[in-house]
Design a protein around this ligand. Structure first.
Ligand SMILES: [Zn+2]
Length: 238
């Protein structure tokens, strides 16, 4: 009788364990299905307050400084400048929103409305870094000299290839990117586009690209660059 009871107890224990195990897996199976159906399994945190904006150029006219900046407005009759917002004024507004950092990676910059804004941000305490193309630094109207004179950090490539990017990062939060060269001709002459976004999925790779180039174009790392003009000259001489 005692051995029968012991055997029964062992069987009951095994059956009980298996039943509990089955119940556990069944519960988890239905829980996973329920989450999946109701979209509760998010692969990552969704970004809130994403915005995108698009600007097209050319502007018909440059914005009137008196109209936008003077308390009396523009008093000129027949003023030839724009008295309404333009793509450039929108672009400048985004740049002026910088509070901590402004990283520029631009092939060329000759537009003084843009360079004046960049220098004003630097003077306001925003950390400005500029990457540009070495062959555009000394062209007529280039503002790179003015940046350096103002104390803005500028780095340039040292290659026969072009540093052809045209993007800006505001506070590492907002990206301005497109075909737009930072020149007057792009503002009022060319068909150009700019996309402005704070989408993290898009902004983050641009931050990484900027940091990569900033490091690559550090003068201390010039020797690591392949096939630069001066390397070729040096090889020819030696
Ligand atoms: Zn005016």
């Amino acid at each position: 009788m005692a051995s029968w009871s012991l055997g029964k107890l062992v069987i009951l224990t095994i059956v009980g364990s298996v039943t509990l195990e089955l119940l556990y897996y069944t519960w988890n199976y239905f829980k996973r299905n329920h989450r999946h159906k109701h979209g509760k399994t998010k692969p990552k945190q969704q970004q809130k307050n994403i915005f995108h904006n698009v600007l097209f150029f050319p502007d018909q006219h440059i914005a009137c400084k008196e109209h936008f900046n003077s308390s009396d407005g523009c008093l000129r009759s027949g003023c030839k400048y724009a008295h309404s917002e333009t793509s450039l004024t929108h672009m400048l507004s985004y740049l002026r929103s910088a509070r901590k950092t402004l990283d520029l990676c631009v092939f060329v910059i000759t537009c003084h409305e843009l360079s004046d804004t960049v220098i004003a941000l630097h003077e306001r305490g925003v950390t400005v870094r500029v990457i540009t193309d070495d062959e555009q630094v000394d062209i007529t109207g280039s503002k790179i000299g003015a940046f350096r004179a103002a104390g803005i950090q500028v780095r340039q490539d040292r290659s026969s290839y072009l540093m052809h990017h045209k993007f800006a990062l505001i506070d590492e939060d907002v990206l301005i990117n497109g075909s737009f060269n930072w020149t007057r001709q792009a503002v009022t002459g060319n068909n150009e586009n700019l996309l402005i976004t704070n989408s993290r999925d898009i902004v983050q790779p641009y931050i990484e690209e900027f940091e990569r180039l900033w490091e690559q174009f550090d003068p201390r790392n010039y020797k690591c660059l392949p096939h630069t003009n001066s390397d070729q000259i040096h090889q020819a001489i030696s």
